[in-house]
Structure formats: structure tokens, C-alpha cells
Design a protein around this ligand. Structure first.
Ligand SMILES: CC(C)(COP(=O)(O)OP(=O)(O)OC[C@H]1O[C@@H](n2cnc3c(N)ncnc32)[C@H](O)[C@@H]1OP(=O)(O)O)[C@@H](O)C(=O)NCCC(=O)NCCS
Length: 232
């Protein structure tokens, strides 16, 4: 699912539900990773393990020797030299997406249950312009939980933003415009989005980035979003 949102240079590996747990849930961890889980509840251990097994499978597909994936500054995963990537986990799903750093400047992925956000969350994360567009989309396409989609898009933006800037990005600092696109029968709602950065963006390839572009999909009870930042 998440691979459909990403260019061909990105290797995405994902785990769905019980099948994913069976395949990846008992994967070995490195001692440095185990050391991070001494206080972890079972749910955290499972999602941590599944998503790192996905990352290791992606490293293998990229031709990179497997290695630990440890949290660095503000929790951002530390990737092998010459590689960048992103991870996400939610109930019943985990995914890792990796790419050669020569092919993309940054990327961010996020998945969430396709369900309304808890009361009050949309108001806390959405700009007035986003709230207005949300109201229109909710009438036009009531089959999509646009509030959850907006939230996920913001998380993907942050995950792509952080490795480029090493700085916080507030929910109010990116104005996200979600657009549905026509999809084939049985494929689920999907589309694109543009995140206009309301603070100075990172310098990439000698130019200041003013917006991030992304894609989204609703499938199998989940909403998934992905942002990619090119070098050019
Ligand atoms: C960090 C954050 C984006 C994670 O998203 P989430 O939906 O809570 O959780 P997910 O399961 O999808 O993602 C977790 C993974 O994100 C990654 N991550 C954590 N911090 C990160 C950072 N600073 N930069 C990039 N990736 C990060 C990690 O790989 C983590 O997995 P791990 O803990 O197993 O290593 C979120 O908790 C957060 O802090 N959001 C506030 C900032 C924000 O979204 N701003 C909006 C800008 S418009």
C-alpha cells in the first residue's frame, strides 16, 4: 500500500495485522535495540520489532548490510550512511520506507486507522484555511475521514522535514491542501497533497524549499500518507 505512494527508487516493506505479526513479530533485535525496551509495554515491543524487521528487509533489498535502527535526535531514526527513510506503526500495521540518499533528499511516511480523530484534535491541529477545506471535502466525499487524513499528512510532513532541518515544525506551520484523484474500481480513495511551509523551509540542492508534496490512500481500514523531497 505505502509503496504505491512512493517513487520506484524507494524500497517500502510493510506488515499488515496478524499476518505481519507472524512474519515479523519475533524477528531478532540487536542488543542496542533491546536495551531501549527494558521498560516497554508489550504493544511497544511488538510495534518496535515489526517495524525494525521491515526496515531490515528494506536494507537487504537496497543492498545495505542489516544494522540496528536507533532513535537519534528527537526520536528520528538513524539510518546507515548513504540511506534515508521513514517508519510508521499503528494498530494492525507497520511500515518502513528506505531510499538511497542520492535518489531523494528526504521522505516521510505515516499510517493511521481510517476513523475520525478524537474530539477536539482537528481544532488543535488545523489552520482556519484547512478547517474550511475540510468542511467542503467532508460534504463532497463523505467516504473519507478527512480529519484523520489531514493529521496523517502533517505527521508525514514532519518526518520528512526533521532530517533536513533538525528543528521542530508546529502543526500551524504547514498549510496542507488535500486533493482526491480518480481511482480505479476497488482501489479505495486516494489523492495528492501539497504542504505549503509557513516558515522558512530547508535548503535542498542550493534552493530553499517552499512546499512539500505528498500522496495519500485509504485502504484496508487505514489511511496512509507519504511525502518525498527531491534533490532538484
Ligand atoms: C514524531 C511523530 C511525527 C511520530 O508520529 P506518530 O503518528 O506518533 O507515530 P508513528 O508510529 O507514525 O511514527 C513513529 C516513528 O516516527 C519516527 N520518528 C520519531 N521522531 C521523528 C522525527 N523527529 N523525525 C522523523 N521521524 C521520527 C520514528 O521512526 C518512530 O518510530 P520508532 O519510535 O519505532 O523509532 C509524532 O509523534 C510527533 O511528534 N508529531 C508532532 C510534530 C508534527 O507532527 N508536526 C506537524 C507539522 S505540519
Amino acid at each position: 500500500m505505502i509503496g504505491e505512494l512512493l517513487p520506484g527508487s524507494v524500497v517500502a516493506v510493510e506488515a499488515f495485522g496478524e499476518e505481519g505479526e507472524r512474519e515479523f513479530g519475533d524477528a531478532p533485535l540487536y542488543p542496542q535495540e533491546e536495551a531501549l525496551l527494558t521498560q516497554a509495554v508489550d504493544k511497544r515491543r511488538r510495534e518496535f520489532t515489526v517495524v525494525r524487521a521491515c526496515a531490515r528487509r528494506a536494507m537487504d533489498k537496497l543492498g545495505v548490510p542489516p544494522q540496528p535502527v536507533l532513535p537519534g535526535e528527537r526520536g528520528a531514526p538513524q539510518w546507515p550512511d548513504g540511506v534515508t527513510g521513514s517508519m510508521t506503526h499503528c494498530e494492525g500495521y507497520g511500515a518502513a520506507a528506505l531510499v538511497r540518499a542520492d535518489d531523494l533528499a528526504s521522505l516521510g511516511i505515516d499510517a493511521e486507522p481510517h476513523a475520525p480523530l478524537p474530539e477536539g484534535v482537528l481544532a488543535a491541529v488545523a489552520l482556519p484555511a484547512e478547517t474550511a477545506r475540510h468542511a467542503r471535502l467532508a460534504v463532497e466525499r463523505p467516504d473519507v475521514h478527512w480529519d484523520r487524513l489531514l493529521f496523517s499528512a502533517k505527521e508525514s510532513v514532519y518526518k520528512a522535514w526533521f532530517p533536513l532541518t533538525r528543528a521542530w515544525l508546529d502543526f500551524s506551520e504547514a498549510d496542507i491542501d488535500l486533493t482526491p484523484v480518480a481511482a480505479g474500481p476497488g482501489t479505495g480513495p486516494q489523492g495528492t497533497f501539497r504542504a505549503r511551509l509557513l516558515v522558512p523551509g530547508p535548503m535542498v540542492g542550493g534552493r530553499r524549499v517552499g512546499h512539500f508534496d505528498g500522496r495519500w490512500i485509504v485502504r484496508r481500514g487505514l489511511v496512509a500518507t507519504a511525502v518525498t523531497v527531491r534533490h532538484g
